[in-house]
Design a protein. Structure first.
Length: 207
């Protein structure tokens, strides 16, 4: 993909609480071309998914962990663009605490956000479709100096980068089934698998 930019394995089944959370970026997934509908118009757009692990406690003083002791994780999808009005650019500018220079905008590699910390603001929304409550990331900001001086915790999850144009199949196999399905239905993935099939050796050709 032109802008070099995962989802944890399995569902956590624990709703991330609202508020600001200390978070570490540990996964970036190139999801290929996805179809979306905006104002009743269907479009095909590139998407990336950024995933963070959360550190801290909820309002009851309980750690933000899953039932098996892993940090709660939360993700957000973006169109990979650093155009002036792109939502990803605004999100990263807020996270960095400064805008991109023209040169930075040309050369910025999205791998650079891996293992970087921030404060994520999370809100809850009820879906009109299924009436379920979902946790959504609204913004990211720099970690306050006081927290940095006190010392950031150790990261838990291994860092992960997935490029659909050059996929690491070991990484792909760690994705939950629904995410595999989303990726495998993209034109990039179908073209890749079709090419592999076309180039496969023919066992019927005699030696």
């Amino acid at each position: 993909m032109s802008l070099l930019i995962s989802e944890p394995k399995g569902g956590d089944h624990v709703l991330v609480p609202e508020g600001n959370h200390l978070a570490r970026c540990y996964r970036v997934i190139d999801m290929g071309t996805q179809r979306s509908v905006w104002n009743n118009v269907e479009k095909a757009v590139k998407k990336v998914q950024i995933v963070w692990e959360l550190h801290g406690e909820n309002d009851a003083g309980e750690p933000l962990i899953t039932e098996d002791g892993r940090p709660l994780a939360i993700s957000r999808r973006f169109t990979p663009s650093l155009a002036e009005k792109a939502s990803l650019r605004a999100f990263l500018v807020s996270w960095r605490g400064c805008d991109f220079t023209r040169e930075e905008g040309k050369k910025f590699h999205f791998k650079n956000i891996l293992d970087k910390w921030c404060m994520l603001n999370v809100t809850h929304n009820v879906s009109d479709k299924d009436k379920k409550t979902y946790a959504n990331i609204t913004s990211a900001t720099k970690v306050p100096v006081a927290i940095q001086k006190a010392g950031l915790p150790d990261g838990i999850n291994p860092l992960c980068w997935f490029d659909i144009d050059s996929p690491d199949m070991e990484v792909f196999e760690t994705f939950p089934d629904y995410l595999k399905k989303i990726i495998s239905e993209t034109p990039e993935w179908r073209m890749r698998t079709s090419k592999v099939t076309d180039e496969a050796p023919d066992d019927d050709i005699p030696f």
